[in-house]
Design a binder for this molecule. Structure first.
Ligand SMILES: [Zn+2]
Ligand SMILES: [Zn+2]
Length: 403
């Protein structure tokens, strides 16, 4: 099967590239991916793959029936970013102000490519493959929950989800699999400190919100440095602050916004409580009032260790051991793949797209970001063969309760 998949990858490589370029040219904002949806649908139709557009959103769910009862899903995101593309590519964005700067064009082409390859494997595929093309990864709340509500993991029940993300830090030809957390929970918070305004010359008759805010921000740093174990990865940052009117007026109110990044459910619950405690204590010491509001973002994305081992072994088998590594992944970034991986075992394969010799060195979300297209074939082989190996091991049966 390995050789069969490799030869199908070689045969269809020009198609993978064509699909990626066509999708690259029509970048669309989160939840507005209607042209992208139509294009995916037309590729699947011409490959004879069953699919449906998800009602009320721009997603697509596909299904490839093989010769067994197990079920595995392959997931791609679809959205682009508000960035003016400066790559100068002949197939650059036709939509001014929008760009596929996070490589989601490549993700779609790789999942479409894997679908094409697995469709050709046909009845020799020891199970079924669900295809998930999901809108809005770049915004919170993302499109993953919309797809789950539309039945992405049901009927038949999916045993595992495989996703991917391109990585310009990894050289083309290589992939990386990281068991455990690959992204952080990304929650935001808003704080308002209210004191009592007054004349700048009479601070003793006022409650200076600027001074309380300054003391609070300094104390806030002790949450991570003194209350969280050094073994837990936590980030607390204040990114915006505003308050006061004029040099000779004691400020009545200061507003702040910040972000909390955590990797475990426990820290995700505890850190906001610690922030609130510091805020209350600081405000009460000065007679000010503090308000705290948490705005929840994506949960942390966890790659199942057992499934990671299977995918690592499949990738080493089809690409070679030296081409299968681990990487720091998305570090403290957010990724809504987390919502699938909370429900069934999931793994994200990081596909190397960097190539210094060809100038493919720009990082994700950069206006000159581009991939070495040799990565498409590598990604298709990794995804298609990992799905095959999962089904071949008899996993993902509908009666399998999973995790
Ligand atoms: Zn992104
Ligand atoms: Zn992305």
């Amino acid at each position: 099967m390995k050789d069969r998949i490799l030869s199908l990858c070689e045969r269809f490589e020009p198609k993978f590239i064509k699909m990626r370029r066509a999708l690259h040219a029509i970048p669309e904002a989160s939840f507005k991916e209607s042209k992208t949806q139509a294009k995916i649908s037309s590729y699947l139709r011409s490959a004879g793959i069953d699919h449906r557009r998800t009602p009320g959103s721009t997603g697509v769910l596909g299904f490839i029936r093989g010769g067994g009862t197990g079920n595995v899903a392959l997931r791609s995101d679809m959205d682009a970013l508000n960035i003016m593309e400066r790559t100068g590519l002949p197939f650059a964005s036709h939509h001014p102000g929008f760009m596929h700067a996070c490589g989601h064009d490549a993700h779609m082409a790789i999942i479409l490519g894997a679908a094409l390859v697995l469709k050709h494997v046909g009845k020799d595929l020891p199970g079924n493959v669900r295809l998930i093309f999901q809108p809005a990864e770049e915004t919170s709340p993302g499109g993953a929950l919309t797809m789950i509500r539309a039945g992405a993991l049901r009927s038949p029940r999916v045993g595992a989800v495989l996703g991917l993300h391109v990585d310009p830090v990894i050289k083309v030809g290589k992939v990386a699999v990281n068991p455990g957390f690959i992204s952080a929970a990304a929650d935001e918070f808003r704080i308002a400190i209210t004191g009592k305004g007054g004349h700048g010359s009479s601070p003793h008759k006022s409650v200076d919100a600027v001074m309380v805010a300054a003391d609070f921000i300094t104390s806030l740093q002790t949450v991570v440095s003194r209350r969280v174990s050094p073994m837990d990865s936590v980030v607390v940052s204040i990114g915006r602050i505003s308050g006061g009117e004029k040099s000779n007026i004691i400020a009545e109110r200061v507003d702040m916004e910040g972000t909390v990044r955590t990797k475990t459910a426990e820290m995700r619950r505890r850190v906001p409580a610690m922030i609130t405690k510091v805020l209350r204590a600081t405000c009460s010491a000065y007679g000010a009032k503090g308000e705290f509001k948490l705005v929840k973002g994506y949960p942390p994305a966890f790659c199942d260790p057992g499934l990671s081992a299977l995918v690592t072994s499949a990738c080493s088998d089809i690409l070679g051991r030296s081409r299968t590594t681990t990487s720091p992944g998305l570090e403290m970034g957010g990724e809504d793949f987390a919502y699938y991986a909370e429900r069934v075992p999931g793994v994200v394969i990081f596909v190397g797209v960097g190539n210094g010799a060809k100038g493919k060195t720009h990082l994700l979300h950069h206006s000159r970001f581009d991939i070495d297209e040799g990565a498409l074939r590598v990604g298709v082989a990794a995804l298609a063969y990992s799905a095959y190996r999962y089904l071949k091991e008899g996993r993902g049966k509908s009666d399998d309760t999973g995790r």
